[in-house]
Ligand binder design. Structure first.
Ligand code: PBG
Length: 324
């Protein structure tokens, strides 16, 4: 007896195959991270091929090309010249991220959507994500500083704020600071379930934000935990978050799907530096087809349930000529 149900019948013709594709990836799904530094000129990031630390002038030229290529959403990370224990420079209106926001909005107006990552690890001399006391990052003191930082981003004209420090209560504290200062229309994307991951290695190299001692296990999530991610998301939702996020993406596709099944909010995932650089490195060795593997990995995030993907690959979409 031969099979009467044959799934291959719908696979053979490429026109039919295309029309019954369940998930599609588009450049509109992507948000590109940019590293902006206070030094002059550009600095190649060796651990993240095709990415650079940019100064404001080169950033504007770069972004102009990217916008022409179809990238519309960017998330900014700042690398300041001066660091200290209290990240005192972070909230200055002449700070690097604030100046980058002002320049981008002035030059590209409504053709660009600018998100700012909100964290202190790039600004602290010890490299931790907030105020440190006896090796512990103090939660509520860091919330106070975060409110100030969020307001400086808002004053600069940011479109959305994404707090990545994993402090408890961050969404409600930013929401109230923004609301009482007439910024109730600025959305917050929570790094809702952010794991303490070794996949952040190349980013810390890029941003100069590795902790001088210790690690981030005291505030970021344990990679072994799944139920706890739902508690994190519950809290962000209760605190009024606008978009949820899971980070990293590839090793956490189950978490993305769990959240998608339970919540109706838009969901993002962060396809982090390590996930990007391992594909780049293998491709440079000629071991894999870079574009095919990159697109397949991004598609897996869409299939898992992500609506938006923060990804370094957005830049390659432009060189590959993928404009939709
Ligand atoms: C800052 C921050 C990190 C990343 C984004 N925001 C690093 C970290 O938590 O140590 C990682 C992004 C990436 O690896 O691409 N808290």
């Amino acid at each position: 007896m031969f099979p009467q149900v044959r799934l291959r019948r719908l696979r053979e013709n490429h026109i039919l195959r295309e029309s019954i594709t369940e998930n599609k990836l588009s450049i509109n799904d992507l948000i590109l991270p940019l590293f902006i530094h206070e030094e002059k000129g550009t600095h190649e990031i060796l651990s993240m091929p095709s990415h650079y630390r940019l100064d404001i002038e080169t950033m504007l030229k770069d972004v102009e090309k990217l916008i022409k290529g179809g990238v519309k959403k960017f998330i900014l990370f700042g690398i300041p010249k001066e660091k200290d224990a209290l990240a005192s420079g972070a909230s200055a209106i002449d700070g690097i991220v604030q100046q980058a926001i002002i320049a981008l909005k002035k030059n590209f107006g409504n053709n660009i959507y600018v998100l700012a990552d909100l964290c202190f690890c790039e600004y602290t001399s010890h490299g931790h994500c907030g105020v440190l006391e006896n090796s512990v990052v103090l939660n509520d003191e860091t919330l106070n500083m975060s409110q100030k930082l969020a307001l400086s981003y808002a004053d600069a004209g940011v479109d959305m704020i994404a707090p990545s420090g994993m402090m408890d209560g961050i969404v409600s504290s930013l929401r109230s600071a923004l609301d009482v200062n007439n910024y109730s229309s600025i959305p917050i994307m929570g790094y809702s379930a952010k794991y303490s991951s070794a996949f952040y290695g190349p980013f810390r190299d890029a941003a100069g934000s590795a902790p001088e001692s210790g690690n981030r296990k005291g505030y970021q999530m344990n990679p072994a935990n799944r139920l706890e991610a739902m508690r994190e998301v519950d809290l962000d939702v209760a605190e009024g978050v606008d978009i949820l996020m899971v980070k990293p993406a590839l090793s956490y596709l189950d978490i993305i799907r769990d959240i998608k099944n339970k919540y109706d909010l838009p969901l993002a995932c962060y396809n982090v530096s390590g996930e990007y650089s391992i594909i780049k490195a293998a491709a440079q060795k000629g071991w894999i087809d870079e574009q095919a593997v990159a697109l397949e990995s991004l598609l897996s995030m869409k299939r898992a349930g992500a609506d938006l993907i923060l990804s370094y690959w957005a830049r390659d979409f432009v060189s590959w000529g993928i404009t939709e």
